[in-house]
Design a protein around this ligand. Structure first.
Ligand SMILES: *Cc1c(COP(=O)(O)O)cnc(C)c1O
Length: 363
């Protein structure tokens, strides 16, 4: 297996380069931080951390159930949605003959779910618009296919598939296939016309599992909590597979509070819209190509190897994600920051992409 290489932590970059301020635009975290309500909830619950958490996460599942109108026994909590991706592999894959279909590039943890089983991984290139090629993916489905992962919006490209194409894709699949709609960036795309919502498919009895997380728009990446909407039999299997106390007590109260703070999510989405516009304009000024992103990050083809640009930005105190990890060496994925962070990114990019400076450096 290829080990997961996470975005560089801020502390490491500060230490290595002797920088005081470092802006991390590499892991799609919420630049506005957690909801203040989540912080208060964690502070209040801290005195009880000698007690085991509620293993059933009853209050949280009830809150999610109310919000989305799905019965609690079809909602499964995970220590981040990463954990649920892992468990879906354990539950639904059993032999090397089993196949998992993923987009390429897409979220790398899907590959691990297949590798750990071990099952056979089938990678289907995205189309020329960096979108999941549902026609090509359906064509690869066979009697061996057990799982298909679709990140919607896709990580790292930010593109989405829409309802009509997803509907016809689902109609044509062999009966034994489960489709996982990974909606880690749901809140950023929710208002886009035609954006499909996994809950509706699960309610409709389709063989679909929806994955959501509190790590992105809700700003709780460090406390690790995500969840799945699933058909009852898969939810039951996931419940058996997970550890009884996989979601800690602080994460549970933080998530309940975050879920109730719709204002914070609204501010987050609005900050993202404004920042993305400015970042995209700047990238275009430097000749980069971008694709419309429905997440909280921009995917850009810099028209030249992105690794040296990544290194130069690092020296300016800006951490981005270089495309090498996605098999796209000319591309980069950059998280939208706060207004000040976007300013810093733009200033640094202007500096490192300035052709006159490049030639000076070359001498
Ligand atoms: C960030 C991300 C996740 C992981 O979320 P956690 O809940 O923090 O584990 C899952 N899927 C995609 C596509 C992501 O980008």
């Amino acid at each position: 297996m290829t080990p997961y290489s996470p975005g560089k932590p801020i502390s490491e970059v500060k230490r290595e380069l002797g920088l005081d301020t470092v802006v991390k635009l590499a892991s799609n975290e919420n630049p506005l931080g957690p909801s203040p309500k989540a912080i208060s909830a964690v502070e209040a619950a801290a005195k009880d951390m000698h007690l085991y958490p509620d293993g059933a996460a009853f209050d949280l599942r009830a809150a999610i159930s109310r919000k989305f109108g799905l019965p609690g026994d079809q909602i499964v909590m995970g220590n981040g949605s990463d954990e649920l991706i892992h468990f879906l592999g354990l539950l639904l894959l059993g032999s090397p003959e089993d196949e998992v279909i993923v987009g390429d590039p897409s979220f790398v943890r899907y590959d691990s779910a297949a590798d750990l089983a071990p099952a056979t991984l089938v990678k289907v290139p995205l189309d020329s618009n960096q979108r999941h090629d549902l026609t090509a993916m359906a064509a690869r489905a066979s009697v061996h296919t057990k799982l298909i992962f679709i990140a919607n919006p896709n990580n790292p490209t930010g593109t989405i598939v829409r309802k009509p194409e997803l509907d016809s894709f689902l109609k044509d699949l062999p009966a034994q296939v489960t489709v996982v709609l990974d909606e880690a960036y749901f809140e950023f795309a929710a208002d886009v016309p035609g954006y499909p919502n996994s809950v509706e498919y699960v309610k409709d009895g389709q063989p679909v599992v929806g994955l959501r997380t509190f790590s992105k728009a809700y700003g709780l990446a460090g406390i690790r909590i995500g969840y799945a909407f699933a058909p009852a039999d898969i939810a039951d299997g996931l419940e058996r597979a997970r550890e009884p106390f996989n979601v800690n007590s602080l994460a549970q109260v933080a998530a309940i509070a975050a879920l109730s703070d719709e204002d914070h999510v609204r501010r987050t989405v609005e900050n993202n819209r404004l920042g993305m516009e400015r970042m995209v304009t700047c990238l275009h000024e430097h000749g980069a190509k971008t694709w419309e992103s429905f997440g909280n990050f921009v995917y850009a083809d810099l028209g030249r190897p992105s690794a040296p640009v990544y290194q130069s930005l690092l020296k300016e105190g800006i951490i981005i994600r270089s495309g090498d990890v996605f098999g796209a060496p000319n591309c980069a994925r950059i998280t939208v920051g706060t207004e000040a962070e976007v300013n810093a990114f733009i200033e640094a990019l202007n500096k490192v992409m300035d052709p006159s400076l490049l030639s000076v450096a070359a001498h």
